[in-house]
Design a protein around this ligand. Structure first.
Ligand SMILES: C=C(O[C@@H]1C=C(C(=O)O)C=C[C@H]1O)C(=O)O
Length: 108
């Protein structure tokens, strides 16, 4: 990906300026989500039991920590919580499905 010069928000004077920055940031976010997902995939290989997929204590600790860090960055903690809970829900479902499939295929 080519590295284009960026404009801080206060130097954006048109919708196009702003949309170019949002698109640039979205690409960075996607790359980070993909990197994160690689660890979730590996976690699904390491966990042996589908019940391990949902770790309530870990999730609540993470969400509380993310909300504190969001507030420090002047983001709305509730919005960040919703995004993370949605991400984690998908990952728990992915882990459960992956572990179950592996267990079922090893029975055959
Ligand atoms: C990655 C894990 O598995 C699940 C997915 C999580 C996530 O996407 O952050 C967090 C907690 C989990 O129950 C984990 O146990 O840490």
């Amino acid at each position: 990906m080519s590295k284009l010069p960026t404009r801080p928000p206060e130097n954006c004077n048109t919708k196009q300026h702003i949309r170019a920055e949002i698109d640039r940031i979205d690409q960075l976010l996607l790359s980070l989500f993909a990197e994160r997902q690689g660890y979730v995939r590996r976690m699904a290989e390491i966990k042996q039991n589908p019940e391990e997929a949902f770790d309530a204590e870990r999730i609540e600790t993470m969400v509380a920590d993310i909300k504190t860090r969001a507030a420090a960055l002047d983001l709305e903690p509730e919005q960040v919580e919703e995004v993370w809970r949605c991400l984690i829900d998908w990952n728990v479902a992915y882990e459960k499905r992956t572990i179950l499939r592996r267990l079922n295929s090893s029975k055959k």
